[in-house]
Design a protein around this ligand. Structure first.
Ligand code: TYC
Length: 123
């Protein structure tokens, strides 16, 4: 059995993750090809308030101003839309932000003794 020449240890790969295996060219050099990488935009979620017969209108307007940074006019319009149509969008956010808004609104409603319901849905 012929002696196999001792191989020097391989250096650690320094290729970034978006570079493919490469191809050996006729002159012995290797050409690396960049693999297209796509980062999807984050999914968005609507936060909605649901109508009920007990939560005071003023409280809903306060919630819309406080937690969704809406001015008094916009908050009043959205509250009335919910009152008449049963539900309404308060804002559109990434998943974590939407979930936090829902928890904050439900907490404030519970502490105030109102049955106000707040939900999130994929936009
Ligand atoms: N319907 C309630 C009332 O008449 C007002 C209200 C509006 C309650 C919007 C909830 O998400 C709501 N007092």
């Amino acid at each position: 059995m012929p002696d196999s020449p001792r191989q020097p240890p391989k250096p650690p790969s320094i290729r970034p993750p978006d570079v493919g295996p490469g191809r050996e060219d006729a002159d012995g050099t290797t050409t690396l090809e960049r693999i297209a990488q796509r980062t999807e935009p984050p999914r968005l979620y609507q936060v909605l308030l649901l109508n009920d017969d007990f939560t005071p209108m003023e409280f809903v307007v306060m919630v819309l101003q406080e937690f969704f940074r809406l001015d008094l006019d916009t908050a009043t319009q959205i509250m009335l839309k919910i009152h008449h149509e049963g539900r309404g969008v308060c804002g559109v956010f990434t998943k974590d932000v939407a979930a936090t808004k829902v928890e904050l609104v439900l907490g404030a409603a519970r502490r105030a003794g109102h049955p106000l319901q707040c939900i999130m849905e994929a936009a």
